[in-house]
Design a protein around this ligand. Structure first.
Ligand code: F6R
Ligand code: MG
Ligand code: MG
Length: 360
């Protein structure tokens, strides 16, 4: 029988500012899942990256299950109450709707989920990032599933040699397109390179087995603003015909620049860190990613193994910090600051209004 792995995340209050999640909120999430998920869930694990709570859930309900989504929603609602009582910053900020309406998509929380037949051994990695957005996974996903300089398995593993298919979502027009690689690599890259608009939703083997799913959603107009520019999660299955754990982690050894950071309005390096180090404070960042590894055992989450805690990622962290120092020197200038139309915060309309009679 098939198992479903759902990762559902929300920021329902930051400690301190937008830096982390208060331990009482995490404890509360565990209690709610324990009590209300008894019948529904096979297993669960709660963690946080920065100010985002991540619920990692296994169950038999398939993707888009109303029951599972509602349980996650209720968990976040309950954590919001804890956040409010402690006067956490931005309590309930990602719960954009007043009432649950059947599917958590488009209601604020981010979600990545996949259903599959559990293999004799099923290693999975859950990537979770804070202070960035779904396009952050484009470059690593390209390297993991299409770049032989990253993934030697594409060259020397007969089971991977035919390549993978990338399903890409156009966030603006809400359309999907699938590229078969390596045949359509160059077509794929023209889109993936524009990672604020085109984002990888999922990756499949050529036999249509699911390999990776991200929390990418169409941009929803909620609360009077575009959301979907949200701290993302990504699930990747590994080994025996899929990329090895080390091939999946390898792109993060060379930190790339992503959008997000302070006020969601800057470029900065994505630092791979241990879960303990996932407290972005310098200029509210820099953006960071954690990688939690699990072995599934009949749906049980055996783990986690905190994969970026490895000393072999120390130099990636040093490199990212150097890049952070370098790019921070530019202050409010592009390309550190995002272009006008991509910033989450802007004073431009007010400044323009004030000065409108002075523009000649
Ligand atoms: C970025 C982020 C923070 C806030 C910043 C200002 O994703 O969460 O950088 O944008 O701390 O927050 P407010 O406007 O809530 O004071
Ligand atoms: Mg926040
Ligand atoms: Mg966040």
């Amino acid at each position: 029988s098939k198992i479903t792995l759902s990762v559902i995340k929300a920021d329902v209050g930051g400690f301190v500012g937008h830096g982390s999640v208060h331990p009482d909120m995490l404890k509360n999430a565990e209690e709610i899942l324990e009590q209300q998920g008894k019948e529904l869930l096979v297993d669960f694990f709660v963690t946080n990256v920065g100010d985002d709570i991540n619920l990692i859930l296994t169950h038999k309900e398939g993707i888009n299950s109303e029951k599972v989504h509602k349980l996650a929603w209720n968990t976040f609602l309950s954590c919001t109450e804890v956040a409010k009582s402690l006067k956490m910053y931005g309590a309930g900020q990602d719960l954009l709707s007043d009432a649950f309406s059947g599917n958590i998509k488009g209601m604020g929380p981010g979600i990545a989920e996949m259903e599959f037949e559990e293999r004799p051994s099923e290693p999975v990695i859950i990537f979770m990032a804070d202070k960035t957005e779904p396009g952050a996974w484009n470059l690593p996903l390209y390297k993991i599933f299409a770049d032989p300089f990253n993934t030697i398995g594409l060259v020397i593993d007969p089971k991977m040699h035919s390549g993978f298919c990338f399903e890409v979502l156009d966030l603006v027009e809400d359309k999907k397109v699938t590229f078969s690689c390596p045949e359509e690599l160059y077509d794929l890259l023209i889109f993936l390179g524009a990672s604020n608009r085109y984002v990888v939703k999922s990756v499949y083997t050529k036999n249509k087995e699911i390999a990776a799913v991200s929390s990418t959603q169409k941009m929803n107009q909620m609360a009077g603003r575009y959301v979907g520019k949200d701290d993302p999660v990504l699930i990747v299955r590994c080994q025996s015909g899929l990329p090895a754990v080390g091939e999946v982690l390898e792109p993060f050894a060379n930190p790339h620049l992503v959008t997000g950071w302070m006020r969601g309005s800057h470029y900065g390096p994505l630092i791979p860190v241990s879960q303990k180090q996932a407290v972005p404070t310098r200029f509210d960042g820099p953006p960071r990613a954690i990688a939690m590894g699990f072995q599934l055992a009949n749906g049980r989450l055996i783990g986690p193994q905190d994969l970026f805690a490895d000393v072999a990622f120390d130099r990636a962290r040093q490199k990212a910090l150097k890049a952070a120092d370098y790019i921070r020197q530019m202050g409010p200038f592009e390309p550190h600051r995002l272009p006008l139309d991509e910033m989450e915060y802007t004073t431009m309309p007010q400044v323009m209004e004030k000065l409108k009679n002075r523009f000649k």
